[in-house]
Design a protein around this ligand. Structure first.
Ligand SMILES: Cc1cc2nc3c(=O)[nH]c(=O)nc-3n(C[C@H](O)[C@H](O)[C@H](O)COP(=O)(O)OP(=O)(O)OC[C@H]3O[C@@H](n4cnc5c(N)ncnc54)[C@H](O)[C@@H]3O)c2cc1C
Length: 411
């Protein structure tokens, strides 16, 4: 080992952290790379957890890397090892009492799911979050015998839970506090389309409801009671109430924390040599001209690449248009890219709805520039590449052009 070779430390071996490690190694065969995770697994595909839970994909297909790959890449992997603190003055991280020096550090620690706040759910053995491989295995075991299951929450994780419960043949209830799925991103009509798709798969959807209480017996929840007085038998309770970003490591380091770890468009924080990436990063997107967090798979990979280049002394700016695609029950799909009203409230919108085809398309504009898009419906993705290029170009479009842009199809 060459003692003068650069030393890189990465906390978190999700897609952001592992991509960064891989890129660093590809660029430099001599550097040292230390990669930590508090999970017992090498990188696995979090977006494959839902099909794994639905029993449509075996565990082996969810796993993306193994120990042998890390050995071959000469990446020092520490599984089941929590990094406890960062000592900026020493330029070292500490785990199990031992210091690991760095020249550049990436914190890609993601978020941990918020637990259920409902009285009666704490410590119950049939109440689950859905973030990790181990959560997925535990839910899957419970679904083997469950007759009725309840998913709580109005965004993607609760949707994935509801879909998996239904796909496993369990009577499924989906309880949402808001008036529709993704209420900050979708309008009423889009919400109705998703509602149709959920009901089409036999899911009972309850809006404007929260859990008031869980009734339990012998350590398991047997029934939930909502604020509106619904009583639902429950053998499996899935919680999708958002993430708390793992920022604690940065406390006292001088790195700014807002909704996540604040960093610039090179993903470097205000403390030189410390970078952030993936779900944990509140980064500056120069296209949207906005700081935000983006909890998507592609974004984590893009961050891993940008961070690696800059940790090695480069000057690469984030330049992606973040994107998310998902099926929504058997009938629907959603593709969202760029930003939506969830990220800025001063966007203007045009939309096109084809109820017969079950298609919905909304374009969001900011200062006459295309800023983002939501496409719902199978076969409704034409024009996507052109929209992405328009977002990247920052070109201005006069408002009288916006409606016609809804019909863009060329890719
Ligand atoms: C069920 C599910 C379905 C999803 N579906 C989609 C989808 O369809 N499309 C999409 O785009 N995105 C989807 N996502 C989101 C996507 O998976 C994430 O945005 C992405 O995986 C984030 O990667 P990351 O590397 O930033 O963080 P993570 O994958 O969260 O990795 C962070 C790792 O760091 C570890 N860690 C935290 N603190 C420490 C510490 N102090 N020491 C050591 N290790 C630590 C964590 O335990 C974790 O292993 C889904 C997520 C889930 C959970």
């Amino acid at each position: 080992m060459n003692d003068n070779a650069p030393k890189y430390v990465i906390v978190g071996n999700g897609f952001a952290g592992t991509t960064c490690a891989e890129q660093l190694r590809k660029a430099d065969t001599a550097c040292s790379i230390v990669l930590f995770t508090d999970e017992p697994y090498c990188l696995y595909n979090r977006i494959s957890l839902p099909p794994f839970l639905r029993k449509q994909l075996p565990e082996a297909k969810v796993m993306m890397r193994d120990v042998a790959w890390h050995e071959k890449m000469n990446i020092e992997l520490h599984l089941s090892t929590r990094v406890e603190r960062i000592e900026v003055s020493e330029k070292a991280v500490y785990a199990n009492g031992k210091g690991y020096p760095y020249d550049a550090l990436l914190v890609a620690t993601g978020g941990r799911p918020n637990p259920s706040p409902t009285p009666g759910t704490g410590g119950a053995t049939n109440v689950f979050n859905f973030q990790y491989m181990d959560d997925t295995k535990a839910i899957s075991r419970q679904l083997e015998t469950a007759k009725t299951a309840v998913a709580i929450g109005g965004s993607f994780i609760a949707y994935e839970l509801a879909e998996a419960f239904a796909a496993r043949g369990v009577e499924t209830h989906w309880v949402q506090r808001g008036p529709r799925f993704l209420r900050r991103m979708l309008d009423e009509i889009a919400g109705e389309m998703i509602d149709d798709a959920a009901r089409g798969d036999g899911v009972h959807v309850h809006y404007g409801e929260e859990l008031k209480e869980a009734v339990r017996s012998n350590g398991v929840v047997t029934k939930v009671i909502t604020t509106g007085g619904l009583e639902i038998p429950c053998d499996c309770l899935g919680i999708g109430l958002g993430l708390t970003i793992n920022t604690e490591l940065l406390q006292g380091t001088g790195v700014e924390i807002r909704t996540g770890i604040v960093c610039d468009d090179r993903l470097e924080t205000a403390v030189k040599g410390i970078f952030a990436g993936g779900d944990a990063a509140e980064f500056f997107d120069p296209t949207a001209e906005l700081y935000y967090r983006m909890g998507t798979w592609n974004n984590a990979g893009a961050h891993g690449k940008v961070a690696a280049a800059n940790m090695a002394g480069g000057d690469v700016r984030y330049h992606d248009v973040p994107e998310y695609s998902s099926k929504l029950f058997s009938e629907q799909t959603i593709t969202q890219f760029g930003i939506s009203p969830e990220y800025r409230t001063d966007l203007e919108m045009v939309r096109k709805i084809d109820r017969e085809k079950k298609h919905y398309r909304a374009l969001f504009f900011w200062q006459n520039r295309l800023a983002g898009c939501v496409m719902i419906g199978k076969g409704n993705r034409a024009g996507k590449r052109k929209y992405v290029d328009a977002i990247k170009s920052k070109q201005a479009f006069a408002p009288d052009e916006w409606e016609t842009m809804l019909d863009w199809t060329a890719d």
